[in-house]
Every structure is written in structure tokens, then in C-alpha cells.
Design a protein around this ligand. Structure first.
Ligand code: GDD
Ligand code: MN
Length: 366
């Protein structure tokens, strides 16, 4: 019997897909000492119940069930930390990753010379059957920005977003512990925290269409990824949530300019009357977007959403005075430069709004 191999299978509503997949993976038990580890985020469709039942007759099958869904990357991290194999492979459980590549990935790892083997959908020998054109273009862009933001040593890789990869557990455990788990991109984060120290290899991975159910990738996951790229580009110094808050703030600038202009041009309002409408619209849109993206883990709904808006407007109105005071002080005390004076004011407003609204609107310490 060869090495011990664990296969981590994250599931969220995969009741229709998991059983055939397990059946296809079990024969690997003839070649290796196998462990199949399903990490379920309390699926409503009974995935966990089914896996538990199957485990009665299959000692190689284990189930981890978590309550309070915290996402794919977090499920993968949990599976890796709990796996007992020497080698661990992570793959999707919806059948989109063909089980045929599993053997090849593990054998590549076993052959030595690499700590991490990635199943790539963009490998010359791979095929993409199960992604819409839009998703495929999205992945290509995501890959290009990932390549740009990661250490040069990984520049030759072709699929930084893959959900299929195998690794040597023991040497990688300290890195895995440090992976930040937001959204989908576990592999990208692992490569980022490893700072170029991993030796990698790729195997082709054919991406199949889904049989049952639907994808869980949504706009919020794209947003998380964009924030991750900026986080890496800031040498991981700026807090992730602050980056998100800052980007939303920029969208607010556009909203304010647009609304103010609109009220002046279409309804003939004067600048002084139009401006407050623009400012309040921008603050409200910032609030709603932050609630949906930056603070979605603490998302406010219903009456609380309205109460949060009032708090946010209150929090954001305080630094308006500070902003004016600070910009004037900078102008008269430090340097009479209107640009830098305003910029100093804006930085202070940003820090205040971020810190105070995290604390008072969404009740999260930062
Ligand atoms: N435990 C857990 N918790 N599992 C999850 C969660 C979650 O919150 N969200 C998704 N999964 C599981 C799904 O059940 C599936 O087995 C796998 O993760 C992939 O999820 P899909 O929703 O099928 O993703 P996809 O097919 O749209 O995305 C594919 O491409 C991405 C990059 O473009 C996958 O291969 C991803 O792994 C990959 O990152
Ligand atoms: Mn899928």
C-alpha cells in the first residue's frame, strides 16, 4: 500500500452529485491508503445526512459538518487542517472536476520535485466544457491579474483560480494555517502567503458541465477576489475591509457628482440646493453597497437596514466639519497648497468613516 492520501470535498447543496463522485473516487483505495473527507456547510438539501448514511458502510469516508456557512475557501482550509493523509487533494464535489485527473495529480506529487500540483483548466491539454463564455473570459482576466500580483516564480502557472490541487500536507501546514479565507480563492491565497517558496507543477484538468444544482459563485465572490488582488499589491499591509470600504467610497464620489449635476441640469436647482441631495445620495449608496459587500458577513436587513442608514449618515456627517477644519489647518499651518490640504482632509475622513462605521453601524471591531 502506498502513502496515505486524503481527498477533501467541499459541499454546499450537492446531494445529487456527491454519491456518484464518491463511487468514482473509492477505487483509488486500491493504490493508496485513502480518506475521503466531505466538508459540508449545513446544506439544506440533505447532503450531510446522505454522506453520514454512506459512511456507515464505508470507513474511508468522513464528514465534517459546519453550521453558519462561511464559504468555500474556509471549508477547504478546515478540510486540509483535519485531513490525516501525507498527501491531500482538494476538488469540487459537483462532478465538474473529472475524477480521472485525480490519479495523475497524486502520482505527479508522489514522483517528487513538487509540493503543490495544480489541476489547470487552461493547460494546453485541458478542455473547458462547463463554463459559459462570460465565466471563461472572467477567469482569463482573473488569472492575468493573479499572475501580476503574485511572486514571479509562479508566473508560468496557468490557473490560479483552480479549485483542484494536491499538496504535501506536512511541509505546507504552517502556510495553510496562515491562509486568509475570504470567498473562493484558496489556491490564490496559498500561493500569495508562500511568497514564492513552493515548487509547483500543473496537470491538465477537463472542466465538465454540472449535472445537478447550480454554481455558488456570485458578484460578492468576484468582489472578494478584486480586494485580494489589491491587498497583495499593497504588500498585504492595508486591511482587506478598508480596501473594500475605500473602493465603495470612490463609487460614492461618482454618485455625488452625477446626482448633483442631474438636479442642476434637469430640474434647474442651484448648486447650493443640489449639493446636499448629491451628498446624501452618495452616502446612502455607499451605505447600501458596503452593507452588501464590505460588511456582508454582518449584513443588516429590514428595520435594522433603515436604522443602520441613519447611523451611517450621522457617523459620516461628523467628519465633514473635521474635514473643513483639518484642510484649513493644513493650509495655514503646514503648506498653503489647496490640493494636499484637501487630500489630508479626505484621508482623515476616510479613516474616521471606516473605523466609526465598522464599530457603530455594523458592530464589528476593526
Ligand atoms: N462547504 C462549502 N461551503 N462548499 C462550497 C461552498 C461553501 O460555502 N460554496 C461552494 N462550495 C462547493 C460546491 O458545492 C462545489 O463542490 C465547489 O465548492 C465549487 O462550487 P461551485 O459553485 O460549483 O463553483 P463553480 O463551478 O462556479 O466554480 C469553479 O470555478 C472556480 C474558478 O472560476 C470551481 O472549480 C471553483 O473551485 C473555482 O474556484
Ligand atoms: Mn461547479
Amino acid at each position: 500500500m502506498g502513502l496515505r492520501v486524503s481527498i477533501v470535498l467541499p459541499t454546499y447543496n450537492e446531494r445529487g452529485n456527491i454519491e456518484p463522485l464518491l463511487a468514482q473516487l473509492l477505487p483509488l483505495g486500491e493504490q493508496w491508503d485513502l480518506e475521503l473527507l466531505v466538508v459540508d456547510d449545513d446544506s439544506a438539501d440533505g447532503t450531510a445526512e446522505l454522506v453520514r448514511q454512506l459512511a456507515h458502510n464505508e470507513p474511508r469516508l468522513r464528514l465534517i459538518r459546519r453550521v453558519g456557512r462561511s464559504g468555500l475557501a474556509s471549508a477547504i482550509k478546515e478540510g486540509l487542517l483535519d485531513a490525516t493523509g501525507d498527501l491531500v487533494l482538494v476538488m469540487d464535489s459537483d462532478g465538474q472536476h473529472e475524477p480521472g485527473s485525480v490519479r495523475r495529480a497524486i502520482e505527479t506529487l508522489e514522483a517528487g520535485g513538487s509540493d503543490l500540483v495544480i489541476g489547470s483548466r487552461f493547460h494546453p491539454e485541458a478542455q473547458i466544457l462547463g463554463l459559459s463564455d462570460r465565466r471563461e473570459t472572467g477567469s482569463t482576466w482573473a488569472n492575468a491579474s493573479a499572475r501580476f500580483s503574485l511572486p514571479k516564480r509562479y508566473a508560468h502557472l496557468t490557473d490560479y483560480m483552480s479549485g483542484f490541487f494536491a499538496l504535501r500536507l506536512e511541509p505546507l501546514l504552517p502556510l495553510i494555517r496562515g491562509v486568509d479565507v475570504n470567498g473562493f480563492k484558496f489556491l490564490y491565497e496559498l500561493l500569495a502567503v508562500s511568497r514564492g517558496r513552493l515548487s509547483t507543477a500543473e496537470v491538465p484538468l477537463t472542466f465538465q458541465p454540472r449535472t445537478y444544482g447550480s454554481s455558488k459563485l456570485d458578484l460578492a465572490i468576484f468582489w472578494d477576489f478584486l480586494i485580494s488582488i489589491l491587498h497583495s499589491l499593497s504588500f498585504r499591509l492595508l486591511p482587506r475591509r478598508a480596501i473594500s470600504f475605500g473602493l465603495v467610497g470612490l463609487s460614492g464620489v461618482a454618485v455625488q457628482l452625477l446626482i448633483t449635476q442631474l438636479f442642476m441640469a434637469l430640474w434647474g436647482l442651484g448648486f447650493e440646493q443640489a449639493l446636499p441631495i448629491g451628498v446624501i445620495s452618495a452616502a446612502s449608496s455607499n451605505y447600501l453597497i458596503n452593507n452588501a459587500l464590505t460588511f456582508r458577513f454582518a449584513r443588516l436587513k429590514g428595520v435594522l437596514l433603515l436604522r443602520g442608514l441613519l447611523k451611517f449618515l450621522l457617523v459620516a456627517s461628523l467628519p465633514v466639519m473635521a474635514n473643513v477644519g483639518l484642510a484649513s489647518a493644513y493650509y495655514s499651518l503646514i503648506a498653503p497648497n489647496a490640493f494636499w490640504a484637501q487630500l489630508a482632509g479626505i484621508v482623515v475622513v476616510f479613516v474616521w468613516n471606516y473605523a466609526a462605521s465598522s464599530r457603530f453601524v455594523w458592530n464589528t471591531p476593526n
